[in-house]
Write a protein that binds this ligand. Structure first.
Ligand code: NAD
Length: 326
């Protein structure tokens, strides 16, 4: 496959690009490096430094080769920030994503894989299936839902085949590749930064949720498993118009449990500061991944919590400055 990848300088895009290249595919990364890193783009990929808001550069880039498929990772991803700056999120994640969809369709690239999120769902005590009630708790989740809807219309009207992959919490590392968001709001890297002495403590946002230990519960899925799902979805789009899948491990862990596992893996005391709830955090989001398991044979084989923490710890402890351009 010849893949056009937006956001390939980011965490999940960089890993997926490397795995695609290793499987013999070609990858062109299109990224404005606003939140990503030049060093995260694998050396075998072509790189175009561009913004998805810049229609001229984006059209030229999409027309520069005969691309089989678009993987659209580029996005702002911080739920908390999206509640403070909704306009920024609607512009970057909705309006600019529309450019990617429209122009991919215009140049005749017929397949599209979209990075959606568990944040589209209402919090639930039950494992979330693709049919579960939708009710984003934050603007970020809403932006992803709108893009899913746009894709549905482009499928109906222009025949664009698409897969919307709703990731739960991406995490874990591969040799030389790990999670490095700026700003970093994700729990696992923040906890590991405390273990490395880069932070004094980790904030625990809310200890009064309706969960056994009072902290939020999330489903953690290893980035290598996410990358594998992209390859499966891309192939399945040769014979399907629309695919919608959850990507999670099927197990929920509370924030407190993550901190405890991090203490075990790092052998460091990790001081915690319980603070108020963060605006826009759902109580519990845990996936059922039965649909992609039964239809495409996907399994979250790397997503045991101990493996997630130990691969992340290995990467974080070897990379005190993460990427050089950080
Ligand atoms: N990390 C997670 O836990 C998670 C969970 C669910 C969904 N997702 C989705 O997966 C995708 C990738 O997430 P990630 O963790 O790799 O994030 P990331 O921040 O590491 O990567 C996003 C990339 O998009 C680029 N980008 C942002 N706006 C752009 C623009 N206007 N033009 C060009 N490039 C732009 C950034 O520079 C960055 O390299 C996102 O769409 C995110 O919403 C992530």
């Amino acid at each position: 496959m010849n893949v056009f990848m937006t956001g390939g300088a980011g965490y999940i895009g960089g890993v997926t690009a490397e795995i695609l290249l290793g499987s013999g595919h070609q990858v062109t990364v299109y990224d404005n490096l606003s939140r990503g890193h030049r060093a995260a783009i694998p050396s075998g990929a072509m790189f175009i430094n561009g913004d998805i808001g810049d229609r001229t550069t984006l059209r030229d880039a999409l027309s520069s080769a005969d691309f089989d498929i678009v993987f659209h990772f580029a996005s702002l991803i911080e739920a908390g920030e999206s509640m403070e700056k909704p306009a920024l999120y609607f512009r970057n994640n909705v309006s600019h994503s529309h450019n990617v969809i429209e122009l991919a369709s215009e140049v005749g690239c017929g397949r599209f894989v979209f990075s959606s999120t568990a944040a589209v769902y209402a919090s639930s005590e039950q494992p979330l299936t693709e049919e579960s009630p939708i009710d984003p708790a934050n603007v970020y989740g809403e932006t992803k839902l709108i893009v899913e809807r746009m894709l549905t219309w482009y499928q109906r009207i222009h025949g664009l085949r698409f897969a919307a992959l709703r990731y739960f919490n991406a995490c874990g590392a591969l040799p030389g590749r790990g999670e490095a968001h700026y700003p970093e709001t994700h729990l696992i890297p923040r906890v590991l930064q405390v273990a490395l002495g880069q932070r004094d403590h980790v904030n625990l946002y809310g200890t009064d949720y309706q969960t056994p230990d009072g902290t939020c519960i999330r489903d953690y899925v290893h980035v290598a498993d996410l990358a594998e799902a992209h390859l499966l979805a891309a192939t399945a789009l040769e014979h399907n118009d629309t695919l919608l899948y959850n990507l999670g491990s099927g197990r929920g862990y509370s924030n407190q449990e993550i901190i405890e596992m991090a203490r075990e893996v790092t052998s460091h005391d990790i001081p915690v500061d319980p603070v108020d709830r963060r605006h826009g955090d759902a109580t519990r989001l845990v996936a059922s991944y039965e649909k992609i398991q039964s239809e495409l044979g996907w399994e979250p084989v790397h997503s045991q919590l101990h493996n997630i923490l130990s691969t992340s710890w290995k990467w974080h402890s070897k990379q005190p400055h993460l990427y050089d351009d950080a």
